[in-house]
Design a protein around this ligand. Structure first.
Ligand code: F6R
Length: 611
């Protein structure tokens, strides 16, 4: 996730920007840069990698001046590199911009500007912004009007900090769907994407709302909507400590990331899914002929990403009617799998660095297979080595247990499955449209599911001392059960296992005794009755059943449950996106009740780069 900081006042901007950027380091990033305005000049310094690279560069070449913007980048469009780092300048160097978010229509805008003779240096979506502002500068008469005209043309999400050679001592900030605050000091102003960046200097802030523009000078600030109507904004006092601020006000990164899931889903679907229109995955060029020529499709991943693969198999088989095999990477690579030119391999990895998954990718490519990667990290080894990359725009995940990355992996796999169905012309348009609408409604439904937090916490109090938990599910609910069980294991160290509902009587039912906790998502309409009879089987042997279901199934499940969590209703194929939320929250609360470090569970690493 990118970070923005900006300064305007009496002090040297360079020091304040570096300090601010260092407070955003916890968010993860791959490059950093600053731009300082002095005597009608804009000077830049950028460096790939850690912030210390930029600091070292600046030690040798200080940038003097009292106004500046800085940025830490988490690459989206264009690999991590000096040239793709922010700030970005217009071709003439008159305008400099830092940007968080994604400009969806950047290709269109780039072509428009190229037709006007503007040349681009980077592979980023951001570079269209300073160029468009400059393009409108003479036409609109003044920076503010040019900015207002520009932002009306941008589609997507953005928080912007803008400097112009022509307006010394002025900083313009804009926000749409990406957070941005203005800090207010004594004859100084700040901007930041995140509170920690400026907390050392001021606790007085103005929160920009969507589609608002701030025009800042050291001793004044004015706010406008996109039609340049003035807005009255309140100044708020921040009461967070520095540590709380890093976590966005949440007690832990894990909880923050669980709550970031609606945004992560929106970002991952933006520009790709629209009812009535074909799926847009510009990053994947796959013809009907090529897809039909594949004799087998494998989905390969580890841990939580593997669970997203299990749901992906179901989606591809259901929608595109192509058989798919799913395997964990450490098994797949040593089982002498049949891989050749007629094989399509889909690897899923949040970090893009998991050793076993990367090895599968490389082996498969060496044997002539095509590899599609679904990953969250631009420029990661897996992203670089794959033939095609579908990014999940979850932003950096800091909590060791995967939460928001999992949801975006699920949605990326649904998107890919719909794309396959469209390429092969298999699923009915209206069925796909229904699914697309349901997917687009998910962010709000995830919000609804998150509202269960208190209920989940209360339930956690009733069971956090148990030694074993069993998760049961059928069909896609088995995927949720398996992922729910993994979350509980890794965050709470409680022994837990997951079984398909129908497999119980083949052995595991022997483990059920008086008081055993059984947790079961029951969301698949065609399997509700079968699952409920399995739940009765354990209940009669003394289990305490928690059932996660929708209101519409309540009459059938009620008798089999000791406790019920009601999930928002959605299309059966995508229920795993919602059903996992209470299970993530449950693992979180149980971990806290047991006094564990929820963000850094024992023995685990965020990125498993060894076999
Ligand atoms: C569980 C978890 C792990 C990862 C697995 C794969 O919460 O985070 O199971 O999912 O190590 O990691 P990536 O997706 O980075 O390849």
């Amino acid at each position: 996730m990118c970070g923005i900081v900006g300064y305007l006042g009496q002090q040297q901007a360079e020091t304040i920007l570096l300090e601010g950027l260092s407070k955003l380091e916890y968010r993860g990033y791959d490059s950093a840069g600053i731009c300082i305005q002095k005597n009608g000049e804009l000077s830049m310094s950028k460096a790939k990698g850690r912030l210390k690279n930029l600091a070292q560069e600046l030690e040798h070449h200080h940038l003097e001046g009292h106004a500046g913007i800085g940025h830490t980048r988490w690459a989206t469009h264009g690999a991590p590199s000096d040239i793709n780092s922010h700030p970005h300048a217009s071709m003439s160097g008159n305008i400099a911009v830092v940007h968080n978010g994604i400009i969806e229509n950047h290709n269109e805008l780039r072509s428009k500007l190229q037709a006007e003779g503007i040349e681009f240096r980077s592979a980023t979506d951001t570079e269209v912004i300073p160029n468009l502002i400059e393009f409108y500068l003479s036409k609109e008469g003044g920076l503010l009007k040019a900015v207002a005209r520009t932002v009306k043309e941008l589609k997507g999400s953005y928080a912007l900090g803008i400097l112009s050679k022509g307006e010394p001592g002025q900083l313009i900030a804009v926000r749409k769907d990406s957070p941005l605050i203005v800090g207010v000091g004594d004859k100084e102003r700040f901007i930041a994407s995140d509170v920690p960046a400026i907390l050392k200097y001021t606790k007085q802030v103005v929160y920009l709302d969507n589609q608002e523009i701030a025009v800042l000078n050291a001793d004044s600030m004015n706010f406008y909507d996109y039609d340049l109507n003035p807005l009255a904004k309140d100044i708020h006092e921040i009461t967070w400590t520095a540590e709380l601020a890093e976590k966005g006000g949440y007690d832990h990164f894990t909880l923050k990331e669980i709550h970031e899931q609606p945004k992560a889903l929106r970002d991952t679907m933006t520009g790709r899914i629209q009812p009535g229109n074909p799926i847009r995955l510009d990053e994947l060029e796959l013809t009907e002929e090529q897809l039909k020529a594949y004799r087998r499709i494998y989905i390969v991943a580890c841990g939580t990403a593997y669970h997203a693969g299990l749901a992906g198999k179901k989606a591809i088989e259901n929608l595109a009617r192509i058989p798919v095999e799913v395997d964990v990477a450490s098994e797949f690579r040593y089982r002498n799998p049949i891989v050749d030119q007629a094989t399509l391999v889909i690897v899923i990895s949040q970090s893009g660095e998991t050793a076993d998954t990367l090895a599968v990718l490389r082996d498969a490519k060496a044997k002539g297979a095509r590899v599609i990667a679904v990953t969250n990290v631009v420029g990661s080894s897996i992203a670089r080595d794959a033939d095609d990359v579908i990014y999940t725009w979850a932003g950096p995940e800091i909590g060791v247990a995967s939460t928001k990355a999992y949801l975006t992996q699920l949605v990326a796999m649904y998107t890919l499955a719909m794309k396959f169905a469209e390429i092969l012309n298999i699923s009915q348009g209206s069925d796909l449209d229904e699914l697309k609408s349901a997917l687009l409604n998910l962010p709000e439904k995830v919000e609804e599911a998150l509202a269960m937090n208190e209920k989940v916490r209360a339930y956690a109090e009733t069971m956090f001392r148990v030694h074993d938990v069993y998760f049961l599910g059928r069909g896609l609910d088995n995927v949720t059960a398996t992922e729910g069980s993994l979350k509980l294991k890794e965050l709470t160290y409680i022994h837990s296992e997951s079984y398909p509902g129908g497999e119980l009587k083949h052995g595991p039912i022997a483990l059920i005794e008086d008081g055993t906790v059984v947790i079961s998502p029951v969301t698949q309409s065609d399997l509700v009755e079968k699952m409920v009879s399995n739940l009765h089987e354990v209940k009669t042997r003394g289990s305490r059943n928690l059932i996660l279901t929708m209101e519409k199934h309540l009459d059938i499940v009620r008798d089999a449950a000791d406790e019920v969590f009601i999930l928002p209703d959605t299309h059966d194929l995508i229920t795993p996106v919602l059903a996992i939320i209470p299970l993530q929250l449950l693992a979180y609360h149980v971990s806290l009740l047991k006094g564990f470090d929820v963000d850094k569970p024992r023995n685990l690493a965020k990125s498993v780069t060894v076999e």
